[in-house]
Design a protein around this ligand. Sequence first.
Ligand code: MIC
Ligand code: SF4
Length: 643
Amino acid sequence: MGLNIVQKIIKSHLIEGEMNAGELVGIRIDQTLTQDATGTMAYLEFEAMGIPEKKTELSVSYVDHNTSQMGFENADDHKYLQTIAEKFGLHYSRAGNGICHQVHLERFGIPGKTLLGSDSHTPTGGGMGMMAIGSGGLDVARAIAGFSFYITYPKVLKINLTGKLPAWVSAKDIILYVLELLTTKGNVGWMIEYGGEGVKTLSLPERATITNMGAELGVTTSIFPSDEITLAFLKAQNREDGWKELRADDDAKYDRIIDIDLSTLEPRVATPHSPGNVKMVSELTGMKVDQVCIGSCTNSSYKDLMTVAKMLKGKKLPLDMSLVIAPGSKQVLEMITENGALSDLIAFGARIMESACGFCIGNGQAPATDAVSVRTNNRNFKGRSGTESAGIYLVSPETAAACALTGVMTDPRDLGMEPPEITFPAKFKIDDTMIIHPIMQKKEIKIYRGPNIGNPPTNEPLADEFFGEVALKVGDKITTDHIMPAGIRLKYRSNIPKYSEFVFEPVDSTFPARCLSNKEKEKANIIVAGLSYGQGSSREHAAICPSFLGVKAVIAKSIERIHWANLVNFGIIPMIFADEEDFEKIEQNDELEMTNLIQAIQNKGSYIIKNKTKNYEFEVKLELSSREREILIAGGVLNTIKG
Ligand code: MIC
Ligand code: SF4
């Protein structure tokens, strides 16, 4: 039987397990990436493993999230990361070089390889035929140390693209349509493979926009074939040596197939406060827009910014609006500078930000109270922009530029303009001087540790019984931005005790104090949640900080993949309600009793918890692999590695 692309890559990287849907398989990781906001913790964990050198083919440490440097913390973290890279033989992409996913496509990605990144948008690399997966920092640290990465052998959904996009409709509209079809819930355990004739109509950065936002679906990753379009991109980056063809066999099988005729798509928009709330732009036409932000790892390629520049050339920004542009990489910024497009943007009234995550992670450019902000990035969770009351609308660069021209929500097809023609560059501007290469490795270097850098907290092995309190009860779709806010709190990523003061800040700022007081009384803290708990970012702080506050278990209707792994890695037991009705019965502050836990974790599929406050028992499912059971009993993955 023929194989699809997903099966081909897993087969060539398989270390452990059988290729059957639902089974745990260990795969070899060829490349890793980290960014500074998750990287410091990942490398502290790597150091704790005591491995002298990286074991991967390539590992890159990027600085792109925490670049605002409002205080010493960010710069200290950067110095820590640079010295780590120099000591262990990693590539180090300095602040200013660009957003990790964009730079990785440009300079490092190789079709057919596996890439593990401590950032949930690592699947961007799927646009060039990599199996690129996001995870917590600890799993990346393990991969750098040469351990395999475990995934549930996925079910594969083929999205069969036919036809060609109409004028003014672009890659972002394709993925917004996929989000409309599949939503942000219930896709755990799937990988998406794009195929069909329509694939040939999409350039590599367009494919990457689509795989990037696959993260919002909750799938493990998304992947495109590697073909002559991939080759053209790599040639233009002087990297054609790494190219190889990758396509599904003609008789390959899939668990599900969806057909999308590109010619039928229209401009779409994800409305507040979830990337899955998709509408047609035409439904919102005329709504006043206060701010437009163009950039992020989803839409800040050369083509994206050239399209915007051509649309805005010679015009002026409406008086009551702000336009922010953050080019995805130094390469893109230099190219639009040299060809004059940057001047067109500045003349229009754009505020040019550095090549970094910036507004996307709430690092500056917070909109005004109740403002409408139209953005090209991938997440619009409430409060992530820095303004709780603002509404964030996610669109394509074409729609964003249309709004910047008119001051209101505008379907670009209504502008009465011809869509700009952008020629794909035969050669991109290549200058890697912002990257420190492993060739410059200094094994004897002293690792720099600023006062903000603390060691990852240690955890006790699992106790056999505990009494606990439901310290918080939340509903569906709680994101890791709710659990561990970024924005102005980002600078504490390397300081767990301090960052822990802000756990669940957007939901209930009294949570940390309540937990600490329980912890003092030797009472465990338990979180109760609805569906899709832990959506969004891969930040393992959403597990480390609760663990530091004495959270021992999360009982939910369902938990998302990356967050699930992070919980286990830091010794928090993920439990699933056997009967969803029990979610309704349980209340915040209820006292729970858990006994004979070790035996249950060792070998049981379900477990009975006693609610002492309400005097009833309820069942939870323990859907754990044998590896996860071992980790939980040890009190977290670091305890298993240190032996
Ligand atoms: C995000 O987009 O939410 C982030 C910031 O890139 C995160 C990583 C983080 O929290 O540091 C992600 O997507 O994993
Ligand atoms: Fe950075 Fe935003 Fe991309 Fe996350 S989604 S990596 S914050 S640009």
